[in-house]
Design a protein around this ligand. Structure first.
Ligand SMILES: [Zn+2]
Length: 303
């Protein structure tokens, strides 16, 4: 299948495959859940008004807004500098670690339902899939908490730091990831307020990843939709882009996150591939026969 796909790229008939894009980003609104103590998003309408074009005498609409926000609001990136002074701030994260990379999702929603502040374990990983990544990739954890967005109480556990309650990475898992996978693993994402569990006091998973310049994505949206889409397919890795605001010296930034999956009906697609493959084989066979006859039976009448 992979070989055929490469052949299609070579023959420039890749267009038969289209991509379906999933926007894994929550819209930013002042009512979004927030980590206690951080600056919330404040949006004000500076003006909306009508002007008059001096040449045509036609009226036109104009509008302008202003916002103030903490860096770590809504769907956002935590730059490694957030918890490691020698690591990259937002604008220093190499572009090739953000765009046209790969991602895969680890579904820990069942375990997260059963246990408050569930600490995600090494055995929850899909290491076979991780080893198939052929370049930089991000590991995304789906805990199911995103179903409760944007309600602060059910999503985050409460409004106070001591009330926070959501799953996150165990310290063992964070250490394991940096020790075994930091050559290609560039980021870790989750559909909660933080990659450390709500009960964490000292953000140890954050700090372990940041030291190795692995960035973090928090409040990731729509992972369930991607999982559903992937459920009937053999692939687990997909194309992935992270586009944070390029804040110089930023410890984090709101970002747009996009998953790109091949919009390719498995059954129909494979039959199509098979058909093209047969046609190509037939053409190669005919060409070989013509060349053979021409070379070894030059006296044969080809007219
Ligand atoms: Zn953050």
């Amino acid at each position: 299948m992979q070989l055929l796909h490469l052949l299609f790229v070579f023959l420039n008939i890749e267009a038969v495959f289209s991509l379906i894009n999933f926007d894994l980003t929550h819209s930013i609104k002042s009512t979004n859940p927030i980590f206690p103590g951080l600056t919330p998003f404040n949006f004000t309408q500076t003006y909306t008004s009508w002007g008059l074009d001096g040449d045509t005498n036609e009226s036109y609409f104009k509008a302008l807004n202003t916002f103030i926000t903490g860096e770590h609001f809504g769907t956002h990136i935590d730059a490694p500098y957030h918890g490691s002074n020698a690591s990259w701030s937002v604008e220093q994260i190499p572009f090739e670690r953000l765009v046209s990379i790969q991602a895969l999702i680890v579904d820990v929603s069942k375990k997260s339902l059963r246990k408050r502040n569930y600490e995600i374990q090494i055995e929850d990983l899909n290491e076979d899939a991780m080893q198939q990544a052929n370049g930089f990739y991000v590991l995304l954890f789906y805990t199911g908490k995103s179903k409760f967005w944007p309600d602060q109480i059910t999503y985050a556990g409460g409004e106070l730091r001591e009330e926070l309650e959501f799953p996150g990475l165990s310290v063992q898992l964070a250490s394991y990831l940096v020790n075994k996978y930091s050559d290609k693993l560039v980021g870790v994402g989750i559909d909660t307020l933080s990659i450390d569990p709500g009960s964490s006091k000292d953000f140890r998973a954050h700090r372990i990843l940041f030291k190795e310049n692995i960035y973090v994505l928090e409040n990731v949206a729509e992972l369930q939709r991607v999982l559903t889409y992937l459920s009937n397919r053999r692939e687990t890795l997909f194309s992935f882009d992270v586009l944070p605001m390029k804040i110089e010296g930023g410890t984090g930034a709101p970002c747009r996150i996009v998953a790109r999956l091949e919009n390719f009906d498995d059954a129909g697609g494979e039959w199509f591939c098979f058909l093209i493959f047969c046609l190509l084989l037939m053409l190669i066979g005919i060409a070989a026969k013509v060349i053979y006859d021409f070379k070894f039976h030059p006296d044969k009448n080809f007219s």
